[in-house]
Ligand binder design. Structure first.
Ligand code: NAD
Length: 322
């Protein structure tokens, strides 16, 4: 797809981060946007940012509350899109919503584990199923599924359990790669791409915390304090002498650093993704760190989960994720 003007794009998780920047850039190119999120306030902000641009006459930006892990809510979202965009078709589907957390089979609850998995994997799978009838009606369509570097490298470093997110992101990658053939056989006017970002400056750390805990506050709950102490222990930090206030500060600093110290901004990531779609790339690595990691994992897969591999790589690209 070479041009987005006059098309209709659906974006999940349009409230913040890369979803928000995709919405802004698509609108700036004259594309109609329908976004969903679990946060109405965040979507209202995205919408306001989009409207700062002078919108072409008749361009539609619609916002919809929907949890991508719940099929009924996605179906309602789809029906609202058809009604509010006044169309029985869409051209672009960005399955972007995702959260982290719930990484351990031992120290996370099953509910936390499945929440991450069901949003990161279920949201993509159900998103494709739910919106397929509208994509089929378009003259050309493109599905963009967001995986991660954790879709080919299942860790954020030794000492941190990361099973739910990694399993989901590997699933998104495998599904999207296989979907290419399925589409070419059955719906050749629809293409698909898998997006694998490295470290991108977004609020995903604090958003995931809030969605996992169901709490809006920046204060950590007692369970989160325990989980943060476990995480710190895993990376070799002795927290015995630290107060709960110290632990809270470390967690908040980590979330802020994740946003502020990333090598690639959310806006730059969105540009790379949209350029990738226009160039008809099925495989979109986002950020120099993602490209280098892809090469390193291919070069020495047996070493990919050793502490040395992580340390060398983190040093090379300047990652300080903690
Ligand atoms: N930031 C990174 O470094 C990074 C790296 C690799 C992959 N990713 C992936 O990129 C995607 C976008 O993440 P981001 O970094 O922009 O994060 P973000 O937290 O800024 O944005 C994600 C948005 O999704 C929404 N969301 C969460 N759960 C939802 C649900 N169940 N239903 C609907 N909306 C939901 C959130 O409210 C938020 O607005 C995610 O899939 C994430 O896993 C991010």
């Amino acid at each position: 797809m070479k041009d987005f003007a006059g098309k209709i794009a659906v974006i999940t998780g349009g409230g913040t981060g890369m979803g928000r920047e995709l919405a802004r850039q698509l609108v700036a190119e004259g594309c109609n946007v329908a976004m969903c999120d679990v946060s109405a306030d965040a979507m209202a902000e995205t919408r306001q940012m989009c409207e700062v641009e002078r919108l072409p006459q008749g361009l539609r930006i619609t916002t919809h509350i929907a949890d991508v892990s719940i099929e009924d809510q996605l179906i309602r979202f789809r029906d609202e899109v058809a009604e509010q965009q006044a169309s029985d078709k869409i051209h672009l589907l960005f399955n972007n919503a995702g959260i982290g957390g719930g990484g351990s089979l031992f120290t996370s609850t099953r509910e936390q584990w499945e929440k991450t998995f069901n949003i990161c994997w279920g949201g993509v799978y159900l998103g494709v199923r739910t919106f397929m009838p509208l994509l089929l009606k378009a003259d050309e369509g493109h599905i963009v599924n967001t995986s991660s570097v954790n879709g080919f490298w299942a860790t954020v470093g030794p000492g941190v359990s990361h099973t739910a997110y990694s399993a989901a992101k590997f699933a998104v990658k495998g599904f999207t790669e296989a979907l290419m053939t399925d589409l070419s056989l059955n719906a050749p006017h629809i293409k698909c791409s898998v997006v694998m970002p490295g470290h991108i400056g977004t609020s995903i750390v604090s958003n995931s915390r809030k969605i996992q805990s169901g709490l809006e506050s920046d204060e950590l709950s007692p369970n989160e304090i325990v989980a943060t102490r476990q995480r710190l222990k895993g990376i070799g930090v002795d927290t015995a002498a630290m107060s709960d206030a110290d632990i809270t500060k470390i967690a908040l600093d980590r979330a802020r650093n994740f946003l502020e110290q990333a090598p690639t901004s959310a806006a730059a990531a969105a540009r790379i993704i949209l350029d990738g779609v226009k160039a008809d790339r099925w495989r979109i690595l986002v950020g120099d760190d993602a490209h280098r990691l892809d090469e390193r994992v291919r070069q020495s897969p047996e070493k990919a989960y050793t502490p040395e591999f992580y340390q060398d790589f983190a040093k090379e690209v300047g990652w300080r994720l903690g």
